[in-house]
Design a protein around this ligand. Structure first.
Ligand code: ZN
Length: 235
């Protein structure tokens, strides 16, 4: 595995940034891919470069492994979906219990494009931050979805891609512990300062867990995970 290459779905959020560190710890060469799909806030995309820089400051030896960043425009995804992530709708929960931040097909489309790039670049491992332990209930984050997609992509492209989801069975506190084990306090600080998860794109205040509005579902998950990581005895 140490001789092989990986492509990391890197959105600029905490989970995908942790996956990038995980991949750099394991693989010989790592490339990143991000998607501009008409999301309401571009802040996640804007913090990506700053995080890559901070990551290499935390672990300079990873500099030789970190390669190309592919930024793919997928405007069509915004056109076909009517969600609170791609329009000004208020974040709320649908009748089926899913938040209206769910963009139908998003991860399926992202992984399909990632596989097309991996095919061209000779990359075997495709890494994503999908997680069904502490999550918003998005059905395209489920382990079964990812496994089914791996089969479909391998059949459809005649390759042996491995879709890696290192966070799938971790809660958010465990994700922080993973980051600490990979890059110490410097990586934890880089994640706090340079990743963004807030659905409202708010970076006006730095909380103990990073930037965000503090009230949207993404901030709520991030704050609770940080609290459980930072002071486990009080949980
Ligand atoms: Zn928020």
């Amino acid at each position: 595995m140490m001789q092989e290459k990986a492509l990391v779905l890197f959105s600029g959020g905490q989970d995908s940034a942790t996956c990038l560190a995980w991949a750099l710890d394991r693989f010989a060469q790592v490339e990143t891919i991000g998607f501009d799909y008409g999301q309401r806030h571009k802040i996640e995309l804007e913090v990506r470069d700053a995080f890559r820089t901070a990551l290499l400051a935390a672990r300079p030896e990873w500099g030789a492994k970190l390669g190309t960043d592919h930024l793919i425009r997928l405007d069509a995804l915004g056109q076909v979906s009517d969600t609170a992530l791609t329009s000004d709708a208020t974040i709320a929960f649908n009748a089926d219990g899913l938040p209206n931040t769910f963009v139908p097909g998003r991860n399926i489309i992202f992984l399909s494009f990632a596989a097309a790039i991996a095919y061209r670049r000779g990359i075997k491992h495709i890494v994503g931050g999908m997680c069904e332990t502490d999550y918003s209930g998005y059905p395209d984050c489920r382990d079964d979805t990812i496994k089914a997609l791996q089969v479909a992509l391998n059949l459809g492209m005649d390759r042996r891609f491995v879709l890696e989801t290192p966070l799938m069975w971790l809660d958010k506190a465990a994700t922080w512990r993973l980051a600490e084990s990979l890059g110490g306090a410097a990586l934890v600080e880089a994640l706090l300062e340079h990743t963004h998860s807030c659905y409202l794109g708010d970076r006006s205040e730095r909380h103990p867990w990073g930037y965000g509005c503090g009230t949207c579902p993404a901030c709520d998950l991030r704050a609770k995970g940080w609290a459980a990581y930072a002071a486990p005895e009080t949980r």
